[in-house]
Design a binder for this molecule. Structure first.
Ligand SMILES: C[S@@+](CC[C@H](N)C(=O)[O-])C[C@H]1O[C@@H](n2cnc3c(N)ncnc32)[C@H](O)[C@@H]1O
Length: 236
């Protein structure tokens, strides 16, 4: 079993933060600045999530919130949440989000190093934060760690990732980690229940999937939260 130390997590954080600083300098505060293709492709991704879960009136934690586009999308599509809390590890990214949505809460926080222990959310969402090939640790180990960190404070988790199954002719990218949807399903099943895998939206431009599951908190039917901690105590 591989365990991620705090110094591993700190190094990942530095790597990701620097990457986004450089990217925003190059591409500006645009979807491309967040490594996305376009505003249209973001809308397809977010709509696919809205098909899976009713966000309206919910307490939403957005992990790797970027410029807060998911919040805007929920409001524009009449799915306004009761609470929206965006966390990101990049201050440059958060500055933009705060400027756009001054009434929302945003915080610089790496969920893997500081999971919430003082707040509860109905759902944590993670769009696009797990696609970069990491130089420091195995991406799969990190994926599990992020999922487990979300479980600590949320009744449900919806995670988005690039799929290793191709559709379309977009070339494989060296800097990207392509996830196995079936492995991701297995991790979610270990951490919670009612797992839903959505792999049917069109490539935008690469094939992605969303995974939704209920965690061991509050209404999930798994009455003992310590059970979740136990099941998910390892990183591999
Ligand atoms: C591809 S962008 C997506 C932004 C936003 N979720 C969206 O869909 O528009 C990924 C974001 O995740 C952030 N991120 C990556 N790893 C993170 C972590 N461990 N904790 C918090 N934020 C993270 C990055 O800084 C970046 O802003």
């Amino acid at each position: 079993m591989t365990m991620l130390s705090d110094s591993d997590l700190e190094r990942i954080e530095e790597e990701i933060e620097e990457m986004y600083e450089r990217r925003i300098e190059e591409k500006g505060t645009t979807p491309e600045g967040l490594y996305w293709d376009s505003a249209e492709s973001m809308a397809i991704r977010f709509d696919a999530a809205l098909d899976m879960y009713d966000f309206s009136g919910k307490r939403v934690l957005d992990v790797g919130c970027g410029f807060g586009d998911f919040y805007e999308h929920m409001c524009d599509t009449e799915c306004e949440p009761a609470e929206y809390y965006g966390v990101d590890i990049s201050e440059s990214v958060l500055d933009v989000a705060r400027g756009r949505f001054p009434d929302c809460e945003f915080e610089r926080r790496n969920i893997t190093r500081r999971p919430f222990d003082d707040r509860q959310f109905d759902i944590a969402v993670v769009f696009g934060a797990l696609n970069h090939k990491l130089n420091i640790v195995d991406n799969e180990v990190y994926f599990r760690r992020v999922l487990r960190s979300c479980c600590a404070s949320s009744d449900a988790v919806l995670v988005n990732a690039l799929s290793r199954y191709r559709e379309g002719d977009w070339p494989w990218e060296e800097s990207v980690h392509y996830h196995s949807p079936e492995k991701a399903f297995g991790y979610a099943q270990e951490l919670g229940r009612d797992v839903v895998l959505k792999h049917d939206f069109p490539p935008i431009p690469q094939k992605e999937f969303h995974l939704l599951f209920r965690t061991g908190t509050e209404d999930s039917g798994v009455t003992d939260r310590s059970g979740v901690a136990e099941i998910g105590s390892g990183d591999s």
